[in-house]
Write a protein that binds this ligand. Structure first.
Ligand SMILES: Nc1ncnc2c1ncn2[C@@H]1O[C@H](COP(=O)(O)OP(=O)(O)O)[C@@H](O)[C@H]1O
Ligand SMILES: [Mg+2]
Length: 143
């Protein structure tokens, strides 16, 4: 296990941290994103999309379970907030994307526990209001 911590002072910092992190990613990897609503998980994905030159990056997949962004590599951006169980992911035919020929980013991943054989990263983003509104601690654990 490898663990790295970063401090972000604003949106641009978080995107840059993600951009640098993206260098090491390969197709099939799974990145689980942890943290409260509005903490910056989608901003993190935007930084990765920038690295891979994905053009379709628009916004959070709030109303879709999964959005796909194509660039040098394909990014699958999941938001499982509304799911009650992983069955819905299977039923929607989306589970097969995870670990396929793209890199998966999963917001609210707890509903889905099985990522057999994939390389998994856990990215945790936390505020610290004692510092200020925009500060974030970002911890990346490579399993
Ligand atoms: N250090 C920071 N890193 C990321 N986002 C930040 C930061 N400081 C403020 N923000 C703001 O917080 C919000 C994060 O939104 P978003 O990425 O959609 O959150 P999530 O996907 O975790 O719900 C954005 O409005 C962004 O501008
Ligand atoms: Mg989001």
């Amino acid at each position: 296990m490898k663990k790295i911590e970063f401090e972000s002072r604003g949106r641009a910092d978080t995107a840059k941290i993600a951009y640098d992190f993206a260098h090491g990613l390969e197709e099939g990897d799974v990145v689980r994103l942890h943290g409260d609503i509005g903490v910056g998980k989608t901003v993190f994905v935007s930084g990765v999309c920038k690295f891979f030159g994905c053009e379709e990056f628009v916004c959070s997949p709030t109303f879709a379970i999964m959005n796909e962004y194509r660039g040098e590599k394909t990014i699958y951006h999941f938001d499982l907030y509304r799911l009650e169980s992983a069955d819905e992911l299977y039923d929607a035919g989306l589970f097969e994307y995870i670990g396929g020929s793209g890199i998966s980013f999963i917001e609210w991943p707890d509903v889905c526990e099985e990522y057999d054989g994939r390389k998994i990263y856990d990215v945790t983003i936390e505020k610290n209001l004692d510092i200020n509104e925009d500060f974030r601690k970002i911890t990346i654990v490579e399993e």
